[in-house]
Design a protein around this ligand. Structure first.
Ligand SMILES: *Cc1c(COP(=O)(O)O)cnc(C)c1O
Length: 383
């Protein structure tokens, strides 16, 4: 197609029926949001104790097919908590991908651990099982039930794959490798509510998984996160340390370890409950939008990313691949100056100042994707 850029801009305008600014992803509040919020205000239980927090935890656990869900103030806090209770300590190593939102890496640093950046697959944009296996086989051995990096002398405590833009990574393969090397698997499923591998929800493959309900995610409660787990002990620990590690007592304040004030307020949980009720509708709309984009890009030389076989993506952010960085920049410039918001990949984490001490493996796919990928408008409220 000669002029894909102009046709793209008019197509997006047609889809959203708007000549105004078209954002990348805007939330939609079309259900019981106001009703539940007034209910919380009337009850005065606006803070971390209240029925909506309990209801949301129950409903989301049910939705994701896990035994427990523990609500937190945001996805970052949820991931930090998960790493803490998985036993990630100072000077441990934690494996993740460089192509991710900064939170996946920050939480590793919060624990005083060293990030190890391993490549992603080109098709899923998520952690590559092949690269993970290569790294572990070349550098690590299992000793006393721990995975030891013999080159650095440090323990590899955990692995955090991320389901990029809602496209499921090859999580069964990753899980098998983590088990073989005694590395704890914690999924950063912040972007992938409603995404599945087989009939299992993303975030339910490891010892814990984390979701986010930030304003730009598929469903939102302003700020919020959740820890998913099937483990009774981890669920109890998660709730305990996110509520300042205070021992339950009628009047005494005794905190039996270092805790955090990370519990989701009831006010946010009310919003979350109302949003969760609309999730299936949102997912249906997102799939419909992705199918339309897919048809549009099939007529061009630009590829449109799709879920791999055996998986179901939520199409949180629709993603295209331009020919090279120069083409990408022309596309970004044209669309954004014509008020259709598009966005490149995050700067790879290994290039950020906070991560200069991290280990960086061969990350050629991540570098390749970083130069080419663009997210295009993905709000559910299209016509
Ligand atoms: C959104 C997101 C998080 C969590 O972000 P919060 O804004 O703290 O809820 C974590 N990891 C990834 C990959 C994300 O996209």
């Amino acid at each position: 197609m000669e002029d894909m850029h102009t046709q793209f801009v008019s197509y997006v305008r047609e889809l959203y029926g708007s000549s105004d600014y078209i954002p990348l992803h805007e939330p939609k509040f079309g259900g019981n949001e106001k009703k539940y919020l007034s209910d919380v205000i009337d009850s005065t239980f606006v803070s971390s104790v209240g029925k909506y927090v309990d209801t949301f935890e129950k409903n989301i656990a049910n939705y994701c097919g896990v035994k427990y869900a523990v609500a937190a103030v945001n996805g970052t806090a949820a991931l930090h908590t998960a790493l803490k209770i998985a036993g990630v300590k100072h000077s441990d190593e934690v494996i993740t991908q460089p192509l991710t939102f900064v939170a996946s890496g920050n939480t590793i640093l919060y624990c005083g651990a060293v990030p190890v950046f391993i490549d992603v697959d080109k098709d899923t944009m998520g952690l590559s099982p092949k690269s993970l296996e290569d790294f572990l086989e070349k550098n690590c051995k299992v000793s006393n039930g721990n995975c030891l990096n013999v080159k650095t002398g440090r323990r590899v405590a955990a692995c955090i794959p991320m389901h990029t833009f809602g496209f499921p990574a090859r999580i069964n393969e990753i899980s098998e490798i983590c088990n073989r090397f005694h590395v704890k698997l914690i999924e950063d499923a912040a972007e992938s509510i409603g995404s599945y591998v087989g009939d299992k929800h993303t975030g339910s493959f490891g010892i814990m998984g984390v979701l986010s309900f930030n304003g730009n995610k598929t469903i939102t409660c302003g700020g919020g996160g959740i820890i998913l787990t099937n483990d009774d002990t981890l669920a109890k620990r998660a709730k305990h340390i996110t509520t300042t590690a205070k021992r339950p007592h009628k009047w005494e304040y005794f905190h039996d370890e270092l805790g955090y004030n990370y519990r989701m307020p009831n006010l946010n949980a009310a919003l979350a409950c109302a949003q969760l009720e609309q999730l299936d509708l949102f997912l249906k709309n997102k799939k419909q939008l992705a199918d339309l984009y897919s048809v549009f890009f099939a007529k061009t030389s630009t590829s449109f990313i799709k879920e791999i076989k055996g998986t179901k993506a939520n199409y949180w952010l629709n993603t295209i691949l331009l020919k090279d960085k120069a083409e990408r920049d022309i596309f970004l410039e044209y669309t954004n100056s014509n008020k259709v918001m598009t966005r490149p990949a995050w700067t790879l984490l290994n290039k950020l100042p906070a991560f200069k001490e991290a280990f960086v493996g061969n990350i050629e796919n991540s570098l390749w994707l970083e130069e080419r990928l663009v997210n295009i408008p993905s709000s559910v409220s299209f016509k």
